[in-house]
Design a protein around this ligand. Structure first.
Ligand SMILES: Cc1ncc(COP(=O)(O)O)c(C=O)c1O
Length: 376
């Protein structure tokens, strides 16, 4: 069996055709494909506005610069990629790490308790971990009760829905962000997006993406004004051409991810050692398929299992090392928060290969090899 990674893109002749046309057009960047891609993503998610950028971290950065100020306290999760809370630091704000629920998402009840105790908390950054969306009714309640700013990190969850609300629609939040890295549901190579329903925020994000520069019809033809300390986070038209053709296939990609996830669910149903993080209930768009293993009850360590599977050409991954315990965060005084659910989760979690191009035979090989390595 050839190496089976934990995630991988699906590129076919439509994508190559679309990129070729992009390369042959007059605009390689700042052209019409960018606005076309933005509109397509906004429509797909049901949000009014979208701003495309060079990657998901850039999306988080400009959103944070627009939404937060120095010293603002922001509730967030230790169970994410570093970029989520790094963006809070970029804005000179202060992440406050809250424990997770058993499904891997931030615990919104604990967020409510934190907000009750400390009314100075300004915002909440909630990640739809692994593609499983955060509870929308609870988000709505927190927003209404405490008037906080909410950002949804949907880097894992494009196409997911909860209580009829699509990820990225910003129904109960100020902004959502996406990543189009190749391991995600759809790719532009590197790429990201912010969606919002707030026109003023949308205008600010566009300025921050492009050096803080503004050009108005009243200005002389050569004039521009810098009104913010912005960045060059522009995405190219070539990438957006790829994004547009990937978006046409997105629902099919998600359907296949869900099929594979349900097959994993079935395979592990009666297994005494493997527990899926959650079973399919129609919500998750499954960026990741995470299992939990009680390593203290079996004869193999996590590291040995990881290496053994690698030897058998299967790439497992681990999502995530708690961000607050990273050395850099420790230098800022983090790391000793009470996060028992996260700590237990981190000891037990592993991500299995999952991507739309994965064949049934490859998935069977992953399951059988895992059983063999665990049970001898
Ligand atoms: C939850 C989450 N947020 C943000 C990002 C950052 O996205 P990018 O890699 O496109 O910068 C990632 C990337 O892995 C992610 O998983």
């Amino acid at each position: 069996m050839e190496f089976i990674p934990y995630g991988k893109q699906w590129i076919d002749s439509d994508d190559i055709q679309s990129v070729t046309e992009g390369l042959q057009s007059d605009f390689l960047t700042t052209g019409p494909k960018v606005a076309e891609f933005e509109k397509a993503i906004a429509d797909y998610c049901g949000a009014k506005y979208a701003v495309a950028v060079s990657n998901g971290t850039a999306a988080l950065h400009i959103a944070s610069r627009a939404l937060l100020g120095p010293g603002d306290k922001v509730l967030t999760t230790p169970n994410s990629f570093l970029a989520t809370s790094n963006a809070i630091l970029y804005a000179e704000a202060k992440p406050v790490f809250i424990d997770i629920q058993p499904n891997g998402n931030i615990d919104l009840d604990l967020c409510e308790e934190a907000l009750e105790k400390d009314p100075s908390i300004k915002a909440l950054y909630a990640v739809h971990f692994s593609g499983n969306p955060i509870e929308q009714k609870k988000l709505a309640k927190l927003k209404k009760r405490f008037g906080i700013t909410i950002l949804e990190d949907c880097a894992h969850s494009i196409g997911a829905t909860h209580e009829g609300i699509k990820a990225g629609s910003c129904t109960n939040s100020d902004a959502s962000i996406f990543s189009f890295h190749p391991v995600k549901h759809m790719t532009t190579g590197e790429g990201g997006m912010v969606t919002t329903n707030d026109k003023a925020l949308y205008e600010k994000l566009k300025i921050l993406r492009n050096h803080g520069m503004v050009k108005t019809p009243k200005m002389k033809p050569w004039e521009y004004e810098m009104r913010e300390l912005g960045f060059n986070y522009r995405i190219t038209d070539i990438q957006c051409a790829l994004g547009l053709s990937q978006l046409k296939k997105l629902d099919g990609f998600i359907k296949r991810r869900r099929e594979l996830a349900q097959k994993y669910d079935k395979a592990f149903k009666d297994n005494p050692h493997i527990t899926p993080l959650y079973c399919f209930d129609g919500c998750s768009s499954y960026h990741l398929y995470v299992i939990l293993i009680d390593f203290d009850k079996i004869d193999i360590s996590k590291e040995a299992l990881f290496l053994k599977m690698r030897e058998m050409n299967i790439g497992l991954q681990l999502h995530y090392i708690p961000i607050n315990k990273q050395p850099y965060y420790r230098t800022l005084g983090y790391g000793n928060e009470k996060t028992p659910v996260m700590d237990d989760y981190y000891r037990r979690c592993l991500s299995l290969p999952l991507y739309p191009k994965m064949e049934n035979i490859e998935q069977r090989y992953v399951i059988e090899t895992l059983f063999k390595v665990l049970h001898g």
